[in-house]
Design a protein around this ligand. Sequence first.
Ligand SMILES: Cc1ncc(COP(=O)(O)O)c(C=O)c1O
Length: 375
Amino acid sequence: MERIPVSGPWITQKEVDYVSDAAANAWYGNANMYHERFERAFAAYIGVRYAACLPSCTSAIHLSLLALGVGPGDEVIVPDITWIASAAPITYVGATPVFADIDPETWCLSAEALANCITPKTKAVILVDLYGNMPDMDAIREVLNRHKVPIIEDAAEAIGSEFRQRKAGSFGDVGVFSFHGSKTLTTGEGGMLVTNREDLFRQALFLRDHGRPPGDKMFFNTMVAYKYKMSSMQAALGLAQLERIDELISRKRQIFSWYQSRLGNVDGVNLNREASETKYTYWMVTAIVDPKYGIEKPRMMERMSEKNIDCRPFFHPLSSLPAYKDVAQAQVARRRNKVSYEISPYGINLPSHLKLTKEAIDYVCESFKDILKKS
Ligand SMILES: Cc1ncc(COP(=O)(O)O)c(C=O)c1O
């Protein structure tokens, strides 16, 4: 039995052809031809006016914070459960991360926790569409309408997800995406910043190219900034993947439905839950195991690994990471964020790569149930 990887892309001849074409032809006057096509198609797909491709989602969050003018002395609210990349750029700009608790159903930022974390110093909120789900945007909007705080929507894991038929990434002042090799749409490494606000878009383009306006040929930088650009080969790969996005998302939903039919009724196991107003694209199929089984995520992953199955741990609360050990906000969050701390020890991501077969999922589910039985 070959090892079953936890994540991975679905690459076809189309992607190979586009990347080959970029390698052969996207130079000289054509150097940006794939960037322009990828950005235009991406903005149209998300339903926003502007898109800028970048080397990663982390850089997209960094530029979003800078474009919104976030800096030292400011606070930025971020859910406690997410990959550290959602929060790390808050530290890059000298601001303070405030870790808010998650909702027990969506595993995304809780509107109530958000409301409790807002202070006069709050300069932005980073929403995270965790594992391809989306937070209750109605409740979040209600809170933010009262406080007028800008939103960065981290849709790194949620391309194609929807809330009331609107695409993930289009809810904030800025939306950001990741095209890391594990993501539903990949460019190997890569990211995208999207927005309807021309001021933020222009500022992001300026900051991503060493503080000069797009097209500047005089090397006349007006600010010390960043070099955050994607290569044309990556943009070509992204465009080819985007042209197949419906197929990629259908496959993700199919994979989840196979898991759902095999594990959905297992006592004490909670899988990702799709709310009626949400379209969930299931970047990672996730199982939370009731503590009554007495099996926490490291042991579950170890047992699965013995059966040649790779899994990932549900994200640890950011406030529990050694990286934030001495941060005062993390100490507060450790005492306050009950849901994050209750769920996280018992969650694992099951294999969710795009080329998984039904037979492989049968094997994963049988193995998982066997481990529960013996625990
Ligand atoms: C929620 C979330 N935000 C941000 C990122 C960062 O993306 P990248 O690796 O492209 O910088 C990731 C990637 O894993 C992610 O899952």
